[in-house]
Design a protein around this ligand. Structure first.
Ligand code: SAM
Length: 228
């Protein structure tokens, strides 16, 4: 876990702390209870992860459009998914769907190391630059198809998929530690159920629903096919 540096509040990237506090208060009202998750959401400057023209809306509890026709998820959903992962400070986490980099940044405040994969190069490059500017040194980013996971770094304590697929990719289930948690939207391209999978044994996976959500599609070998 990375501690915040003293004096960061004066940094132009780290300003708008009051708006982050309002956002966190809304998350509490909506039922987010995990104090580490709330502190992570307070620490990461969401306005630094949205396109300039969206900056005024950065702390609204809404998903926003980003580059490459993708979205940065609603803060409540980011918090709900992070809470469902039940992270410990020593955990190693895999994220599929870096997008803006925001959820990876939040996870990096809660866990020891985050590995994140994005299939759009423009987004992967931009997120990498943001992590560097913020000195978030415990995040590794890769450009490519995340449905195959990151075998060289597996197994992971937790896996988060931030795009909706038809089923949980077998490669990702195999890269989860016994005792690990995976959170992912599963369903049609229009609507999904957010599910948590716990791997309780080598072949023992337990699934539970966390509610209905709507995410952009997970496109790749073990996701939806690319349609032109
Ligand atoms: N976590 C992101 C954030 O905080 O901004 C939100 C991500 S957006 C809802 C989903 C992302 O998943 C998109 O950027 C999309 O390009 C990416 N994606 C879809 N399929 C993918 C795949 N097979 N591998 C990696 N990234 C993928």
């Amino acid at each position: 876990m990375q501690a915040e540096e003293p004096g960061r509040e004066q940094d132009p990237i780290m300003n708008r702390a009051e708006e982050r506090q309002w956002m966190v208060d809304v998350l509490k009202q909506e039922g987010i209870k995990d104090e580490a998750v709330l502190a992570g959401m307070q620490a990461v400057p969401r306005h630094f992860f949205v396109p300039r023209e969206m900056s005024d809306y950065a702390y609204d509890d809404e998903a926003l459009r980003i580059e490459a026709g993708q979205t940065i998820s609603q803060p409540y959903i980011v918090a709900l998914m992070a809470q469902a992962l039940e992270l410990k400070s020593g955990d190693r986490v895999l994220e599929i769907g870096t997008g803006s980099g925001y959820s990876a940044a939040v996870l990096s405040r809660l866990a020891a190391r985050v590995y994140t994969i994005e299939r759009h190069k423009v987004l992967a490059d931009q997120a990498g630059e943001r992590f560097a500017r913020l000195n978030y040194e415990n995040i590794e980013i890769r450009f490519g198809d995340g449905t195959k996971g990151w075998p060289e770094e597996a197994p992971f304590d937790a896996i988060l998929v931030t795009a909706g697929g038809p089923q949980v990719p077998a490669s990702l289930k195999g890269q989860l530690k016994v005792g690990g948690r995976l959170v992912m939207p599963v369903g049609t391209e229009k609507m999904q159920e957010l599910i948590r999978v716990r791997r309780n044994g080598e072949q023992d996976y337990r699934e539970e629903s966390l509610g209905l959500v709507r995410f952009v599609p997970l496109i790749g070998e073990e996701g939806w096919p690319l349609r032109s």
